[in-house]
Design a protein around this ligand. Structure first.
Ligand SMILES: *Cc1c(COP(=O)(O)O)cnc(C)c1O
Length: 373
């Protein structure tokens, strides 16, 4: 079926776009020899894992459940990082992961004798902020719980780890990576000769049109050539950037001074980053408010007055029954969904390279009820 025929709300994964992204990532691997992992927290659409597995090296997880998903559905290299691990989970992690990254030396000390040959690493905090604006996305902010600073680094435990990990970027270009890498090298470089890998985390917007691939690759090569380290990157966003849509239907138009479209999709339930980041998601055939003839505020069926996606303008009047297509909805969307207000979860469809859509998952009342008791 065509995208226009899907019942709403529905996420649609654009396999053509996804494949374009994967080819870019694979190019980086081929030209540098680095390894690239999917950060599942951004995109856990496991129906696409067989496709993704053709182009990259595996998965990374934020804890046991994602690690299990990566193992079960992709079955390649499987890494995990969490600020702390529960004792009850640890043994299973050692069975399904090949790299376990610790956030502190106390965690490393606690589990160092239970690793059963799994590669251990430590996350470092180079205290080098390169982001302006989004403080909640800055693991280098003062007092951050994420990663060990140079001052806290306990060199005597180096023999228990084989690598270091840093993750400090968010939607950034390679210039920010270069600055960060210089800081990591300056602070922790003296240990590199005793390690075998470095994981440069995520936040690399590698598949964005203006991304500086050459600078990324020179950063990777520099570390490989100078220290002989294997380099891992674990992008989330970049894997499925601009590779999905959320299709929604206009249910009503309310005009209390502002013309507001009531949609069957919600920012609070289906695109929480819109409220958290915050940002205004791109919408097909629309422009900024006032730019085209008909301007509307886009909102939803929840009770939250602030459940507003943004203001958009259109060439023609919008009526109940019209469908709207939010863009860039593959990442940080499905993985963050909730059923606040008893809102239905959007179904999930895949659009193949020819534009043909097939539904791979539908949700119903039971999915709402089963999470409650
Ligand atoms: C979130 C996260 C990633 C992926 O980040 P993106 O911004 O989606 O590329 C990778 N590694 C770690 C440790 C993360 O927390």
């Amino acid at each position: 079926m065509k995208i226009e025929e899907l019942k709403t709300p529905c996420y649609v994964i654009d396999e053509g776009r996804l494949t374009d992204n994967l080819k870019i990532l694979n190019g980086v691997r081929e030209r540098t020899g680095c390894s690239i992992l999917l950060a599942q927290k951004a995109f856990s659409c496991f129906a696409e894992y067989p496709l993704i597995a053709k182009y990259i090296d595996g998965t990374t997880a934020s804890g046991l459940y994602e690690a299990r998903l990566g193992k079960e559905e992709m079955g390649l290299s499987n890494h995990v990082f969490a600020p702390a691990y529960k004792e009850a989970d640890f043994e299973e992690l050692t069975n399904i992961c090949d790299h376990i990254v610790f956030n502190s030396f106390s965690q490393l000390k606690k589990y160092k004798d239970c690793l059963k040959g799994v590669n251990a690493g430590i996350r470092v905090n180079p205290q080098c902020s390169t982001q302006d604006g989004h403080a909640i996305y800055d693991p280098c902010a003062p007092g951050s719980r994420l990663g060990v600073t140079r001052e806290q680094f306990e060199e005597e435990y180096l023999p228990y780890i084989s690598g270091i990990h840093f993750h400090t970027l968010c939607e950034q270009n390679a210039d920010a990576l270069k600055i960060t890498l210089d800081a990591v090298e300056e602070q922790f470089g003296e240990y590199f000769s005793r390690l075998s890998w470095i994981n440069m985390g995520g936040g690399h917007h590698i598949t964005r049109a203006d991304y500086d691939l050459e600078l990324l690759e020179s950063c990777i090569k520099r570390i490989q050539d100078r220290y002989g380290l294997r380099v891992y990157l674990e992008p989330g966003e970049a894997v499925a950037l601009n590779a999905g849509y959320l299709v929604t239907e206009v249910l009503d138009v309310v005009d209390n001074g502002i013309k507001t479209l009531i949609l069957d999709a919600s920012a609070a339930c289906h695109m929480p980053d819109v409220l958290e980041m915050p940002y205004r998601p791109p919408l097909k055939d629309s422009a900024d408010p006032g730019e085209k003839s008909f301007t509307y505020r886009l909102s939803s069926c929840t009770c939250l007055a602030g459940d507003v996606i943004g203001d958009y303008s259109f060439d023609h009047e919008i009526k109940p029954g019209d469908k709207l297509y939010f863009m860039d909805m593959a990442i940080y969307s499905m993985v963050k969904n909730n059923t606040f207000n008893g809102m239905p979860l959007p179904s999930i469809a895949i659009m193949d390279q020819d534009g043909e859509c097939r539904i791979i998952k539908e949700f119903g009342y039971e999915d709402f009820k089963n999470r409650l008791s």
